[in-house]
Write a protein that binds this ligand. Structure first.
Ligand SMILES: [Fe+2]
Ligand SMILES: [Fe+2]
Length: 364
């Protein structure tokens, strides 16, 4: 026994009761008699209470497969992009295309994040919320590629640098107009996203995903610049997955959709066509507020980018491509009794519908 140890009795006298020790445990029966109901959550768009129900298991499967997208924008072979070997105009022209894309793709994170919050507020099933999360992450990657391409080609671009050539100045003016229209789109989208039920939102998203997967596939095939080719391949794969999300959900909801909602979908398809034509084809005046110099300047820039091996399709090819994509969409929705709008710009017959610039919801 060590010399300093206290005798057993003295040690016991020094013991202090732990503060959490009760003289008796609460009785659950008694407690239950005295519980009070929590106030009802009456706020229509409140994210509480939560549940984790899954109504569309296929969505959860696609979400699982999206956890690892298999690529990362920062790991693309950016070091192979030989900016020095390009003329100033070629740099401006390629950066211009990425700026045009950014109206659709760099708005993606904010647009889908908004949709995700809305899905929480309207208590959609867990798998819908997760889909939006995964698409938001993908869109952030696409935005990152837009930013990296633009700032490598035109440091501080697209607007924070002084172009040194006429074509460069035309590009900048066009980008200012593009962003003016992008800002109008965002104002409309914010209101629209709260206005429509999920099945209508997903129908509009479907159009965007058909457009984006078509676009990136064609850009991948026709671009010779390795880092961009690689980027298009990966972005295209992401967009294909977004398309699968939309199709999986719509297969469930389209058969149950009311006639009135179907009419809204037809109108939204027309709106989607007009908005997305800004990149898939050429911007129609029904939505796009642009000066008369815009299209001629864009054509010059496209020609210059092609000269540097950047694969923007010719107008005729784009028209053909866009038409193929739209007809594909038409064959998906028509069996469910959703009428397709007339798109005379690309020779597609259908219903004549009104266009409301304040309520557009298509996204990439
Ligand atoms: Fe995207
Ligand atoms: Fe997408």
């Amino acid at each position: 026994m060590p010399k300093t140890a206290l005798p057993e009795k003295a040690l016991e006298a020094q013991l202090v009761d732990a503060p959490t020790q009760h003289d008796r445990m609460p009785n659950p029966e008694e407690l239950l008699l005295n519980t009070e109901d929590a106030p009802k959550i009456t706020d229509r768009l409140n994210i509480f209470p939560f549940d984790w129900r899954v109504e569309t298991p296929r969505l959860m499967e696609i979400y699982e497969s999206s956890r690892d997208p298999g690529w990362s924008p920062s790991k693309l072979p950016w070091h192979t992009l030989d900016v020095e070997s390009m003329t100033l105009d070629q740099r401006y022209a390629i950066a211009y295309w990425w700026s045009l894309l950014s109206v659709f793709d760099a708005s993606g994170p904010a647009v889908f994040a908004r949709a995700m919050i809305h899905a929480y507020e309207t208590h959609e099933e867990d798998s819908i919320r997760k889909c939006f999360f995964s698409v938001t992450r993908d869109e952030l990657h696409h935005e990152e590629v837009c930013g990296k391409a633009i700032t490598m080609l035109t440091p501080n671009g697209p607007l924070g640098y002084e172009p040194e050539t006429e074509l460069g100045r035309l590009a900048r003016n066009n980008v200012e107009w593009l962003y003016h229209n992008g800002a109008r789109y965002w104002s409309g989208y914010k209101k629209a996203v709260e206005h429509y039920p999920m099945p209508i939102l997903f129908s509009s998203f479907l159009f965007g995903e058909v457009a984006s997967s078509t676009l990136f596939h064609s850009m991948y095939e026709s671009t010779d610049i390795p880092v961009f080719k690689e980027a298009f391949k990966n972005i295209g794969r992401d967009e294909g997955r977004h398309l699968s999300f939309c199709l999986a959900l719509l297969k469930e909801v389209l058969p149950k959709m009311s006639e009135e909602d179907k009419e809204t979908v037809t109108k939204q398809f027309r709106a989607g066509f007009i908005f997305l034509s800004g990149i898939l084809f050429e911007p129609p005046a029904e939505f796009w507020q642009l000066p008369p110099t815009f299209i001629p300047a864009q054509r010059l820039l496209e020609e210059k980018a092609r000269e540097a091996g950047f694969g923007i399709l010719t107008l005729e090819k784009r028209r053909e491509n866009w038409r193929t994509a739209v007809v594909r969409l038409k064959t998906i929705v028509e069996p469910y009794g959703v009428k397709f709008p007339a798109l005379p710009e690309i020779d597609v017959d259908g219903e004549t519908v009104a266009f409301d610039a304040d309520k557009i919801i298509p996204i990439f």
